[in-house]
Ligand binder design. Structure first.
Ligand code: ADP
Length: 190
């Protein structure tokens, strides 16, 4: 599904964050030490190869809500932006920290004149953030920053579960009534 707002495009699809070849920067749901891991970090590091850790580890540790940028190595992208989300129930205030991930990632993207960026649902895996609340925080954060973006023109949310895709689409339909367009690509999780 595609949404048009402020001259920018927001897309939501079901897929693998490590396979978004038409996107310039992909966002990693990183750990503090910017090492390989499970979930999103595992998928990105596996596809990128060992060069990604060689570049990322010296930039760590990072604090919850912070982001750093590296090259994408063997990924089909130009950059990886690594964000550390809050562990739900531990890093507080969760909402402020999660918003900060999206804000800091977009700030880095603008600094590097990046035109397109793909986000996973940060913190909703092993970090335990309830998906509905996380989707609201992510979408509100991104929508509030859209008017200030000069370079980023396409923001994609890559969801891994059907329920998350539905959640993002329904939330965006509520927030942006009449601004969505149905598409076929990635609308179902296989
Ligand atoms: P965190 O540690 O921030 O919770 P995870 O990587 O454990 O991060 O999970 C974040 C979200 O990403 C979860 O909703 C999970 O289902 C989803 N996910 C896992 N693997 C992938 C992938 N390869 N591409 C996109 N999303 C993924």
């Amino acid at each position: 599904m595609k949404f048009f707002v402020d001259g920018k495009t927001i897309t939501c699809l079901c897929g693998d964050i490590a396979f978004q070849p038409d996107i310039e920067a992909v966002v990693n749901a990183a750990n503090a030490f910017l090492r390989n891991g499970g979930g999103v970090a595992g998928a990105l590091h596996r596809a990128a190869g060992p060069g990604l850790e060689e570049e990322s580890i010296p930039l760590g540790p990072i604090k919850p809500g912070e982001a750093v940028i590296t090259g994408a190595h063997r990924l089909p992208n130009r950059y990886v932006i690594h964000c550390l989300g809050p562990v739900y129930g531990v890093d507080k205030p969760e909402q402020g920290i999660l918003s900060s991930c999206y804000r800091e990632a977009l700030k880095l993207a603008e600094k590097h004149r990046i035109r397109s960026i793909a986000f996973p649902a940060i913190s909703t895996g092993v970090f335990g953030y309830p998906p509905r609340e996380a989707a609201n925080v992510a979408l509100m954060a991104v929508l509030s920053l859209l008017p200030g973006l000069r370079f980023v023109g396409h923001i994609r949310f890559v969801l891994y579960r059907e329920a998350d895709l539905t959640l993002y689409i329904n939330t965006l339909k509520e927030l942006l009534p009449g601004q969505g367009e149905e598409g076929k690509e990635g609308e179902k999780c296989t």
